[in-house]
Design a protein around this ligand. Structure first.
Ligand code: ADP
Ligand code: ASP
Ligand code: MG
Length: 408
């Protein structure tokens, strides 16, 4: 019978210091002793990636993205080596690799590279020798042999992609909470752990701010139907299964609430109210690789309108530069920015077949006297842009309004 193959990923907090690294080592060894081949993906220790970025910002206002990748990738190189040593110290065989060493090939887009291919032969060779294979998460290498990284939270993507390439039986994501909850458990004490969630809902929750899984990793998992088990590295309890279909949930309208605080609003005043204006503005932004999220255009008065949209804060400087250029060209009023906003969202497949969900959301916000500045919807989510100071209260309010804390 074919041996079972398990891919396990341990996040930064799970390997934050030496005692935790030793515990991870024991857990990995225990998995191996249960008769499985184990490939482990590890993130950088604790907040290392943030600290490295902080250092970069101290030496340069706009560090080169290639060099940022060189810098950030060092974090994961430290953790794989330490985990291998810890496993050796417990008498088990293990070998650590960087992304480049195991042939995780990406395109050239530094700091958010896309996976092109994974050459698994080195990993398979080492597994055949009976070793535990430890791979640095979050990193790869491009055709020029330059080190790339896969976007923040990218170790999740490394794990899912390895699970796909190695045809693993399961992909386990070990983190500092017991699974995927109805809302961030740090924000909402009543949040409830979900036993299972669909790829579609997890993808929305992750894209809308639930950092427990990187959104891109869920996209890949859905595409290749890789089941993911999100669970705690500090307990043996079952976590949350992210899978294709989650049965018998017809009556559940909303599965989760999420919060995103990293967006900023840009407003262009007095845009001439004639065909082609929005097209010019958003074409220009797109051609600079700037992704716009929510968009609102006010009603026209005296031949012009105000246009507002949101972008992630890290794109704000570039967005302003481009927007000011177009606005000058087409002759609009001033361009202003607002970083005091937050986006709260509700997500649920049940919205497809229920009406009145938006009304319930807006009523809940109204009861709390929270003003909604922008709204966007899709088939399975509704998002509202509000003032940042109300963000946490809004999440708790929505969590309660949709009865998410109750057992069902
Ligand atoms: P890791 O270092 O293991 O990758 P992350 O910090 O990236 O961990 O993700 C885990 C964190 O995600 C949790 O500590 C929790 O605060 C946060 N989180 C946000 N939304 C959710 C949610 N819906 N369910 C679970 N955790 C969530
Ligand atoms: N260390 C990287 C980050 O903090 C990747 C990860 O943890 O998944 O974003
Ligand atoms: Mg993470």
């Amino acid at each position: 019978m074919k041996r079972k193959l398990i891919v396990q990923k341990y996040g930064g907090s799970s390997v934050a210091h030496s005692e935790r690294i030793k515990r991870v080592a024991q857990r990995v060894i225990a998995t191996k002793h249960q008769g499985a081949d184990v490939v482990v993906v590890v993130s950088a220790l604790g907040d290392t990636t943030d600290e490295l970025l902080q250092l970069a910002s101290q030496v340069s206002q706009s560090p080169s993205e290639r060099e940022l990748d060189m810098l950030m990738a060092t974090g994961e190189q430290v953790s794989v080596a330490l985990l291998a040593m810890a496993i050796h110290a417990f008498g088990e065989d293990a070998v650590s690799f960087t992304g480049a060493q195991v042939g995780i090939l990406t395109d050239g887009t530094h700091t958010k590279a896309r996976l092109v291919k994974i050459n698994t032969h080195r990993i398979v060779e080492e597994l055949h020798k009976g070793r535990i294979v430890i791979v640095a998460g979050f990193q790869g290498v491009n055709l020029n042999q330059d080190i790339t990284t896969l976007g923040r939270g990218g170790s999740d993507l490394t794990a899912v992609a390895l699970a796909k390439s190695l045809a693993a039986d399961v992909c386990e994501i070990f983190t500092d909470v017991e699974g995927v909850y109805t809302a961030d458990p740090r924000l909402v004490p009543q949040a409830r752990k979900l036993d299972a969630i669909s790829y579609d809902e997890m993808l929305e929750l992750a894209s809308l701010g639930a950092q427990v899984m990187q959104a891109r990793s869920i996209f890949v998992a859905k595409r290749f139907q890789i089941p993911i088990h999100v669970r705690s590295s500090f307990s043996a309890r079952e976590g949350t299964m992210i899978t294709h279909s989650v049965g018998a949930m017809e009556d559940i309208v909303v599965s989760g609430v999420s919060l995103q605080k990293d967006e900023a609003k840009v407003t262009i005043r007095d845009v001439p109210d004639k065909p082609g204006m929005a097209a010019q503005i958003f074409r220009e932004l797109a051609s600079h690789g700037l992704n716009v999220d929510m968009i609102v255009q006010n009603v026209s008065r005296e031949g012009s309108t105000d246009l507002s949209f949101t972008v992630v804060k890290t794109d704000l400087v570039a967005t302003l530069r481009v927007t000011r250029q177009v606005s000058h060209r087409i002759g609009t009023g001033e361009v202003t920015t607002d970083e005091g906003v937050a986006k709260v969202s509700i997500v649920g497949i049940g919205m497809r077949s229920h009406s009145g969900v938006a009304a319930r959301m807006f009523e809940a916000m109204a009861r709390e006297r929270i003003n909604i500045e922008m709204i966007s919807t899709s088939e399975i989510k509704i998002s509202c842009l509000i003032r940042k100071q109300h963000a946490e209260r809004a999440v708790r309010t929505l969590h309660q309004a949709f009865g998410l804390g109750k057992r069902r």
